[in-house]
Design a protein around this ligand. Structure first.
Ligand code: AMP
Ligand code: ZN
Length: 142
């Protein structure tokens, strides 16, 4: 896509610190470096978000993530773990609308990355959970 910043990175029209690429994906350092080594994995094909993957592209892209994650982890002995994050839609903090996966190395529980969601386990009755489950289940394969 012409004006997409990540398509421009794929075409090398703007520079990136690329750590891996092949015919399907490109992986490069996120400019924000949430923690050192923070890397983005993107499909070379422009798709906006997770809802636009077909099974073939998903299997090709997802299959590559573990080996890139292992390389990031191996790059620094202080990396003890990793969060893999994928934001879809503005409401979910997506700011670049070319699908991407954040590989965020974790050094300690108290480094620069925080992820907070409420424990709402007491808020929903079994009937409410059943209704949610059924409404999702009936749309699998849409
Ligand atoms: P998201 O908020 O999930 O859409 O993440 C977009 C990410 O792209 C942010 O973490 C930005 O720091 C990163 N980003 C934006 N422009 C560039 C760029 N030119 N090179 C590398 N990372 C970028
Ligand atoms: Zn794009």
């Amino acid at each position: 896509m012409k004006d997409c910043i990540f398509c421009k990175i794929v075409r090398n029209e703007i520079p990136s610190y690329t750590v891996y690429e092949d015919d399907i994906v490109k992986a490069f350092l996120d400019i924000s470096q949430g923690t050192p080594g923070h890397t983005l994995v993107i499909p070379k094909k422009h798709i906006a978000n997770i809802f636009d993957y077909d099974e073939e592209l998903a299997s090709e892209v997802f299959a590559r993530i573990p080996k890139i994650a292992r390389a990031v982890k191996a790059s620094n002995p202080d990396i003890k773990g990793m969060n893999i994050l994928n934001n879809n839609g503005q409401v979910a903090y997506q700011s670049v609308f070319h699908s991407h996966f954040h590989l965020i190395p974790r050094y300690t529980n108290n480094d620069d990355f925080k992820m907070i969601f409420k424990d709402n386990s007491k808020k929903y009755s079994p009937d409410q959970l059943k209704a949610i489950q059924e409404s999702i289940e009936k749309h699998i394969g849409d």
